[in-house]
Design a binder for this molecule. Structure first.
Ligand code: MN3
Length: 200
């Protein structure tokens, strides 16, 4: 069963004015679609065909660069769409908020740490909020299309929130102003979905 490009859970203009419709459409129909197709091509006829992304990432250091780059591109964008939403922003509640306070001191410090990880990732990559196996939360970033499920990731665990900081994610609206895009992103975070993933 090949991997398929998921439909967005909202319309392309749903995240306006924070993320513009044109960027969303190109990002989904061109970039994410291409990663998905190339991931399937790279898996085709190999022993990895038919495995879950979690299994594939668990031994990614033995896989080809095409599997690593396109598999990461496929998975990372799937998560990215899900953790955003038109009624996003604000603050998390309940157990997730407690865990954030335990790990970072306050929600404000978390936002600062996450924004800083996203802003200082050199070149293309992603910033993450990760739930480690012991339940603790950590913020990290990865280059290119790597992610914390990959076996050689410096920080490993379950990613529950992510931001794409490749220029294609923000250049049309924000040009070189990555920090402005990061601030805007915090207004569209779907904390209910992040919380669901934290509990899961
Ligand atoms: Mn992208």
């Amino acid at each position: 069963m090949a991997f398929t490009l998921p439909k967005l859970p909202y319309s392309y203009d749903a995240l306006e004015p924070y993320i513009d419709a044109r960027t969303m459409e190109i990002h989904h129909t061109k970039h994410h679609a291409a990663y998905t197709a190339k991931f399937n091509d790279a898996l085709s006829g190999t022993e990895l065909e038919g495995k879950s992304v979690e299994e594939i990432f668990g031994s990614i250091s033995t896989a080809s660069p095409a599997v690593r780059n396109n598999g990461g591109g496929y998975f990372n964008h799937c998560l990215f769409w899900e953790v955003m939403g038109p009624n996003g922003g604000g603050e998390p509640t309940g157990k997730l908020l407690e865990a954030i306070k335990k790990a970072f001191g306050s929600f404000e410090s978390f936002k600062e740490k996450f924004s800083n990880a996203a802003a200082t990732r050199f070149g293309s990559g992603w910033a993450w909020l990760v739930k480690e196996d012991n339940g603790n939360l950590v913020v990290t970033s990865t280059p290119y299309q790597d992610n914390p499920l990959m076996d050689y990731s410096a920080v490993k665990g379950t990613p529950i929130l992510t931001i794409d900081v490749w220029e294609h994610a923000y250049y049309l609206k924000y040009q070189n102003l990555r920090p402005d895009y990061i601030s805007a992103f915090l207004n569209v975070v779907n904390w209910e979905e992040v919380s669901r993933r934290f509990k899961g």
